[in-house]
Design a binder for this molecule. Structure first.
Ligand code: ZN
Length: 143
């Protein structure tokens, strides 16, 4: 019998925290998304042993990321809790041209930020995966 063991990393968006500040990369001013990255030792692909976690803050628009100390992350989460989520990812799948668009909509200001335009399904899937978008609004169009 083959026994497989090793480590797996799970990344999850835990919320958006911290003071609103302009992103050093794109200049957009939002609370940053906090990503918890947990490492697990697995045995036959069953995660069994927690091996610690790290936190990253990412700009919700351009996804520029910054690693944080766990303590710093926890302090910021307590001090500047999540406000109502303003930015919502929206996907469009165009059936005929087999292209996809991905954008972020600011539900308060109405501002839109295009992320992908005319992308292939594979690119679109990868971007969604990289941005850890699990459940998001998606519209399928006939064009
Ligand atoms: Zn940014």
């Amino acid at each position: 019998m083959m026994v497989e063991y090793g480590t797996t990393v799970f990344n999850k968006i835990v919320g958006h925290y911290g003071p609103k500040a302009a992103c050093p990369n794109c200049g957009k001013e939002y609370q940053t998304d906090f990503i918890k990255s947990s490492k697990w030792g697995h045995f036959c692909y069953i995660p069994l042993i927690p091996m610690g976690s790290k936190y990253y803050r990412v700009c919700p628009v351009c996804y520029a990321s910054m690693q944080m100390k766990k303590k710093e992350a926890k302090a910021m989460m307590a001090e500047y809790p999540s406000e109502a989520q303003e930015l919502v990812p929206v996907g469009y799948v165009h059936k005929k041209s087999k292209t996809c668009d991905l954008k972020l909509e600011d539900r308060i200001s109405g501002q839109e930020y295009p992320i992908l335009q005319g992308a292939s399904k594979a690119e679109y899937k990868k971007e969604k995966k990289d941005r850890l978008y699990k459940k998001m609004q998606e519209t399928v169009t006939e064009d």
